[in-house]
Design a protein. Structure first.
Length: 220
């Protein structure tokens, strides 16, 4: 009989956990802010992490105290996305963050299922470029959800696609909104990044190079 705390699946956020595209998002938003006549600090950018494209734009415009019509907003979001896609076009397996492959290998060997749950509509492209598709049992990206993090939809859909109950899932996230989303879905959480920002998580690590099966099992 399986223990009710048993970890049967890990769900990974993409940007900031598997790859450092969080940095590219920041560069693209900062470029847009500069074009609109103001600057975007790394602290302000924290609020935009893990949030969908249009919602992020709303936060940016509010920071700049700028009002735009719907049509112009679409154009600004497209512009940001084109810059972002330019940055990610060159990505390769070498761009995977340290420790990703050894941990995915360890999970696969232990028969723990693996999913990616990302707010990004560019997630399938990134996964193809860094070549980790073979490890995944489910991929839920921004085009498959209607509600952004902190709504748990993205993680609940990943769990459902794998056929695993939320209480048997652990979510790895670098964004406050993502930790909140996982908790709202009844999942355990591992924050990837700074403990100051991710204090709500059950455990915080600086990157997947600090993770292994034994450490994961301490959450059971
Ligand atoms: P796109 P994640 C999120 O990905 C990013 O953290 C967030 O900064 C971005 O705005 C969002 O994806 C949408 O991305 O513009 O590519 O659709 O962290 O949930 O993997
Ligand atoms: Mg992220």
């Amino acid at each position: 009989m399986s223990n009710s705390n048993e970890i049967q699946a890990c769900i990974f956020d993409l940007d900031g956990v598997i790859v450092d595209t969080a940095h590219y998002h920041y560069q693209a938003w900062k470029r847009l802010a500069n074009e609109l006549g103001f600057d975007l600090t790394p602290e302000q950018n924290e609020k935009m992490k893990g949030i969908g494209r249009m919602q992020s734009l709303d936060i940016l415009l509010e920071l700049g105290n700028i009002q735009k019509e719907k049509k112009e907003k679409k154009q600004l979001a497209n512009k940001k996305n084109e810059w972002y896609q330019e940055y990610i076009r060159e990505m390769q397996p070498e761009n995977l963050l340290p420790g990703v492959i050894p941990f995915l290998e360890e999970l696969t060997e232990a028969h723990i299922l693996i999913a990616v749950g990302s707010a990004s509509k560019n997630a399938p492209t990134i996964i193809r470029q860094v070549q980790i598709g073979r490890y995944l049992d489910a991929l839920i990206d921004g085009s498959k959800v209607t509600k952004g993090k902190p709504d748990p939809e993205v993680f609940l859909k990943a769990a459902e696609e794998m056929g695993i109950a939320p209480e048997h899932c652990v979510v790895f996230e670098d964004a406050q909104a993502g930790i909140e989303a996982a908790k709202n879905g009844g999942m355990r959480t591992i924050g990837v990044g700074s403990p100051d920002v991710l204090s709500q998580a059950d455990m915080v690590i600086s990157g997947l190079h600090q993770m292994n099966l034994e450490k994961l099992k301490t959450l059971e």
